[in-house]
Design a protein around this ligand. Structure first.
Ligand code: IMP
Ligand code: MG
Length: 179
């Protein structure tokens, strides 16, 4: 598994340190509000777990699972909800927790969908952001790291369903992943 890795892009230590700072930003923004973290499965898995444990404010969590039609590398913008939220979000302060924003198509759809449910506020926290890959403009209110046009795996992120359990974020060798 580790043999498929080309380069570690963000180490475990770098990720944990960045999350601590991110949590201070988020805690300051939501200090007097009751926060609902909405994780987008499955990529948010570790980020959600680490983020919520470092957030020293009252909060609740929920999850939504979506799939884009087509693979993660050919984007159409059409999104299907595989598992919806368990609870209504009306009048709640919602923070979407995403692993990575690439074209922005997935998040664009989700923001439109959740906005219709009339939350008190709706913002986005993404561990990774690839601003150079945007097709639609979406707000990323809290972000961990920016990345160029690079495909990465690990810490929740997959390539064809694999590599999510790597404890760091890495690029793959060209013979494994050509992107
Ligand atoms: P977007 O709709 O193009 O912004 O893509 C968002 C989704 O594509 C993410 O939530 C990931 O599931 C997937 N994705 C985009 N870039 C990468 C990457 O570099 N590695 C792994 N998954 C990615
Ligand atoms: Mg995702």
């Amino acid at each position: 598994m580790f043999n498929d890795v080309e380069e570690v892009v963000f180490s475990e230590t770098q990720i944990q340190e960045r999350i601590k700072n991110l949590c201070e930003e988020i805690a300051a923004a939501y200090e007097k509000k009751s926060l609902l973290l909405v994780g987008i499965l499955k990529g948010c898995l570790f980020f959600m777990a680490d983020l919520m444990r470092s957030l020293n404010i009252p909060l609740a969590i929920d999850f939504i699972s979506i799939s884009s039609y087509g693979s993660s590398t050919e984007k159409t913008g059409a999104v299907k909800i595989l598992k919806d939220l368990d609870t209504p979000i009306q009048d709640k302060h919602v923070l979407i927790v995403e692993d990575i924003v690439d074209t922005g198509l997935t998040l664009g759809y989700l923001l439109r969908n959740l906005r219709e449910r009339a939350p008190a506020s709706l913002q986005v926290c993404s561990l990774l952001d690839k601003p150079d890959c945007r097709i639609v403009q979406v707000p990323v209110n809290f972000k961990g790291f920016e990345l160029g046009k690079k495909f990465v795996v690990g810490y929740g992120l997959d390539y064809q369903g694999k590599y999510r359990h790597l404890p760091f974020i890495a690029s793959l060798k060209k013979e494994i992943c050509p992107f």
